[in-house]
Design a protein around this ligand. Structure first.
Ligand code: DQA
Length: 149
């Protein structure tokens, strides 16, 4: 079973970007950690980052076409990208799991971060646990799959 971990804009700057909010570890550290957590759970994790909306939309189409589950941190796109929402909706409507994740808890932050256009089409959302948000999301996918079978 494959899981695509898709990270949106500015997440390639982890470690440099506002470390008081996002921590000192880098995106490369996250990619390595996610692959390890997947391996522990018997899942193949492919983690990617882009600042480009069209690229992340294409990766969501790829998830549908290749039957991969998705962990999605849409970053700032969370709050305004209907294109991302529509692409995410195709993932869950095709019977795949899509877990929305955030490193920070957006509800404790500026009001523009309180609304997610993606949440309404996600299987579930995990926010506020740093890199552990991703670990919990990967576990949720592993457990969700075992509940189905
Ligand atoms: C974020 C929260 C978003 O509001 C923000 O735009 C990000 C990161 C998070 O992981 O906490 O870029 O998705």
């Amino acid at each position: 079973t494959r899981v695509l971990v898709l990270n949106g804009p500015n997440l390639g700057r982890l470690g440099v970007r506002e470390p008081e909010i996002y921590g000192a570890d880098t995106h490369a550290d996250l990619v390595a950690a996610a692959a390890g957590w997947g391996a522990e759970l018997g899942l193949t994790v492919d983690a990617r980052q882009t600042d480009d909306e069209s690229e992340i939309v294409g990766w969501l189409h790829e998830a549908v076409d290749t039957r991969a589950h998705v962990v999605l941190n849409p970053a700032a796109f969370t709050h305004y990208s209907y294109a991302l929402r529509d692409a995410a909706a195709q993932v869950t409507s095709s019977g795949l799991l899509l877990v929305e994740v955030h490193l920070s808890n957006p509800h404790t932050r500026e009001s523009f971060r309180h609304y997610s256009v993606v949440s309404g089409v996600a299987t579930g959302t995990i926010a506020g646990f740093g890199f552990r948000s991703y670990r919990l999301a990967i576990e949720a996918i592993a457990q969700g799959l075992s509940l189905e079978s």
